[in-house]
Write a protein that binds this ligand. Structure first.
Ligand code: 0X9
Ligand code: ZN
Length: 446
């Protein structure tokens, strides 16, 4: 009786009992080096009769990873055998998906130490930003862009917004709820660029807007109910399934390729473009200042890839694709200089798969020159989204370097020549020195 009571109280205080159980699920790993297998993988939905949940890919080994529910394992096995495809079917370690989110007594304080070392709740993320905006009122301005489906505030952090007409780099994170590392990367970026004086000069020429959590409902759901939740949390009256893939809901080639029109699918594109309030708020906000936005990055995970448009179909590129590749490679080089981590620069349609209605394509279609999706770490670990907290800081430091490269490019190409005081030119050379020490030779436009 006592034990029962104890169990009930633990369940109530932690919410473990409601966490979705993934016992019996498998991770399918297919090596697609061989063109015949690649074709099978590209048409895996047609081959299997359903679209398995794509997790990520290991471009180093040319392997694609899918999450297979326990009732489909046998069907998938027999289809692979019938098509003569070699594969690995790995057990998932269900414990990985059951790690209880720690509630800590923070006394209302969330520090950079927390950002570097653990995954924060949405409330903690907002608390971190509120504190920062109080400490640096001139540099960190919080702007509400709208509400999520469940009513959580969608917050943009405006950095270096002094009312002037500077070009803008826009970073958003976490549109896919289970890609937890992306939120920490966005918060680390905000903190570092504001608190380190070496970035002052850059911020004098380029404004940064960061939306650290573009899908707060989905994220909270993935923390409390289902570690693998990807979509928004909108509900439909006539369906047992909820949520749409916000990265299929943008109004550009909406609903055409690499999407599903079924509400239960992980890549459900929604009932119409911008059906999701999160997407509507983001597209409205970007459109309000789109003539000034010159760089856009959507932070996702996993796979260590820097993806450039177009991604709604294959073999189709914007006319300035060379610039996108050049800057993409400079970003990868900057990442590698931190700790020798490899990111692959690749067209999203060809390299990964066509997926229409994604934010990167839409941003590019609105005239934002440098538009990317970055798939953060890991690459070589099929537990992908469940990146151990010990690895958070390194991924943050690496992505920060890439974003800095994009900001410098935007400054060089679009920056307004300001009257440089001796103080800011001293800071500028300090920044260059800092860049040189972290990025090896060859980057830049001269
Ligand atoms: O499928 C996606 O939305 C992104 N990959 S993820 O594994 N994080 O879900 C990639 C989107 C790339 N962009 C386009 N295809 N336009
Ligand atoms: Zn994603």
């Amino acid at each position: 009786m006592l034990l029962q009571l104890l169990t009930i109280s633990v369940v109530i205080s932690t919410g473990i009992a409601e966490y979705k159980n993934y016992d019996g699920f498998k991770i399918l790993e297919v090596n697609f080096q061989n063109p015949r297998v690649k074709k099978y993988v590209q048409e895996i939905d047609k081959n299997l009769g359903f679209m398995p949940d794509f997790l990520g890919e290991n471009w180093k080994q040319k392997q694609a990873h899918y999450f297979i529910d326990k009732d489909s394992v046998e069907k998938v096995r027999s289809n692979l055998a019938m098509n003569n495809i070699t594969y690995q079917m790995r057990d998932v370690n269900p414990q990985l998906f059951k790690v209880r989110r720690k509630r800590r007594d923070l006394n209302g304080v969330v520090t950079i130490n927390d950002v570097n070392n653990r995954y924060l709740s949405y409330d903690e993320q907002m608390q971190f930003l509120n504190t920062l905006s109080q400490q640096y009122p001139d540099d960190v301005k919080l702007q509400k862009l709208g509400n999520s489906y469940e009513g959580r505030a969608l917050t943009a952090v405006r950095i270096g917004d002094d009312g002037s007409n500077k070009p803008i780099v826009w970073i958003d994170a976490g549109v896919h709820a289970r890609e937890w590392i992306s939120y920490n990367v966005a918060l680390y970026l905000v903190y570092t660029i504001v608190t380190q004086p070496v970035y002052r000069d850059l911020l004098n020429s380029v404004q940064l807007i960061v939306v650290p959590n573009t899908n707060p409902d989905g994220y909270e759901y993935s923390r409390t109910n289902d570690r693998m939740w990807r979509k928004t949390r909108s509900r439909f009256s006539n369906s047992r399934c909820g949520g749409a893939d916000a990265n299929r809901n943008y109004p550009f080639f909406w609903g055409t390729q690499g999407v599903s029109h079924h509400q239960c699918s992980e890549i459900y594109c929604g009932s119409r473009p911008q059906s999701e309030p999160e997407v509507l708020a983001l597209t409205n906000a970007i459109q309000r200042e789109e003539t000034r936005i010159k760089g856009y990055i959507a932070l996702h995970s996993y796979g260590q890839e820097i993806l450039y448009p177009w991604g709604h179909t294959m073999h189709t590129y914007p006319s300035d694709v060379k610039d996108l590749i050049r800057v993409g490679k400079a970003m990868a080089k900057a990442i590698k200089a931190v700790n020798n981590t490899d990111y692959n620069v690749v067209n999203s349609g060809d390299g990964l798969y066509p997926a229409a209605g994604a934010s990167d394509d839409w941003a590019k279609s609105r005239g934002i020159k440098y538009s990317y999706t970055i798939e953060l770490s890991p690459v070589d670990d099929y537990t992908g989204f469940v990146l151990p907290e010990e690895r958070i800081n390194q991924v943050c430091r690496e992505a920060f370097q890439a974003i800095q490269v994009l900001m410098i490019e935007v400054k060089t190409m679009f920056g307004i020549r300001s009257v440089t005081s001796s103080a800011s030119s001293a800071q500028s050379s300090l920044l260059l020195k800092h860049m040189r020490s972290t990025i090896s030779r060859g980057f830049g436009r001269g």
